[in-house]
Design a protein around this ligand. Sequence first.
Ligand code: NAP
Ligand code: ZN
Length: 349
Amino acid sequence: MSHAKAFSAASPTSPLAPATIPRRDPTPGDVAIEILFCGVCHSDLHMVRNEWGVTAYPVVPGHEIVGRVTRVGAAVTKYKPGDLAAVGCLVDSDGTCPHCKADHEQFCANQILTYSAPDRHLGGFTYGGYSDSIVVDERFVLRVPSNLDLAGAAPLLCAGITTWSPIRQQGDIRGKKVGVVGLGGLGHMGVKFAHAFGAHVVVFTTSPGKTADALRLGADEVVMSRNSDEMRKHSGSFDFILDTVSADHDVNAYLHLLAPNGNLTLVGAPPKPLAVSSFALILGRRSLSGSNIGGIAETQEMLDFCGAHGITADVEVIPIQKVNEAYERLLKSDVKYRFSIDMASLKSV
Ligand code: NAP
Ligand code: ZN
């Protein structure tokens, strides 16, 4: 076992603060990674503050991890020291259930999340990427295309795959009218992907100041979601809407914008249940569904696509000392469009 520097929270009301955490010695199948950048996902904030009621403390968040391989176990074949490597929201699954066999580890009942999940190796709970190193089973390590900026590549591991997967699920969206609700970390990646796949992309935002950025990121239109006249103009017209909002909001306002047979997929995970109007679904045989990250093979496919098309997240790189401030800014929708922690800042802690 070795020790790593990290930032952890001791309780739902504690700020993130420096801590020392254990990391296992690599088993034959493991890859040890020096973490270079870790994205700040709104899920980290929900978890640190126990807003979903499932957090184990102390919690070291972070599941958008990019770094360099430092050691590998004897049975590792895909990585060697010096390689770039990435880790997302999952670090293990049973590998034997039908979901794992279909490359859908995100549905495995025995999946192990990167943080705050039972640690089969050391006991206690897993610790995430707000840390200088991590040890992960090779099966859950991803290759990072070498042409990508690393700070901007880190958020692909959650914000990227979480928007990629439901958009791909829609099939060929060329020429389709696709809405993205909320222009934050997930939303801005959804805009980039939907644009790359040739959709007509409409961003719904509560932040008037984000209009120019939305258009630059690939939106064809921007709608101020709090303006009911602007909303009404789009009634019954969308094939697909991806809802990335992190807080309580009226989902019916968006269901009414779907065309017959249209689908709204929730990826945002507000802690409070959303009220859904039956008529918004019945009229037009619309559907409401959800989507959770993506499988490992699908994540690699997304990273390779990003490498081929030069796609990364738009990031504000911060030292880890600013992470509590970054959380406060997330709550004000003041993120352009993902915070990415430069883990070199942990050296001075
Ligand atoms: P984020 O960067 O904070 O972005 C959320 C955006 O939602 C904000 O920028 C804002 O966009 C909009 N918003 C915030 N509060 C709002 C409100 N009260 N009413 C309407 N719009 C509001 O968050 P994120 O990291 O993208 O994560 C978004 C959500 O997805 C979180 O709940 C997170 O836990 C969840 N998530 C789910 C998965 C999954 O697998 N399903 C994976 C990762 C994250 P505008 O300023 O444009 O309005
Ligand atoms: Zn996330």
